[in-house]
Design a protein around this ligand. Structure first.
Ligand SMILES: [Zn+2]
Length: 118
């Protein structure tokens, strides 16, 4: 369980101490998160090969679908709003969670390939 938490906190998949990202980015200012090339604590190189993070797009897509289905359930079925409110709230949530999904998907992708899988 702690590996899940470390992955969500974007800690190094090898030592679980060093940070993966220099900053977390901010979607409101269109600022994407910036990664370190390697772990400051243990020297682990995050991008194992060119194109390594292509697979993180699938993780990001899965995260986005899970978040937006949860939003659909809340907005449509619990709060009872219509489709216009649903579309607007989906657009806003997808925009606001974009940098979070970017960071967590890359972190989860690295954890998937390092040591024991989670
Ligand atoms: Zn490390």
């Amino acid at each position: 369980m702690s590996r899940y938490i470390k992955a969500i906190q974007c800690k190094c998949p090898k030592c679980e101490k060093g940070a993966i990202f220099k900053d977390s980015g901010n979607p409101i200012f269109f600022k994407m998160p910036k990664m370190y090339k390697s772990c400051e604590a243990c020297g682990y190189v995050f991008e194992r090969e060119p194109g390594f993070f292509f697979g993180a797009m699938y993780v990001s897509y899965s995260l986005a679908v899970a978040e937006l289905v949860a939003l659909l359930v809340v907005v449509k079925f619990i709060l009872g709003f219509g489709n216009i409110v649903l579309v607007i709230s989906v657009a806003i949530l997808a925009f606001l969670l974009s940098t979070f999904n970017f960071r967590v998907s890359r972190s989860l992708w690295m954890y998937f390939f390092e040591r024991k899988s989670i």
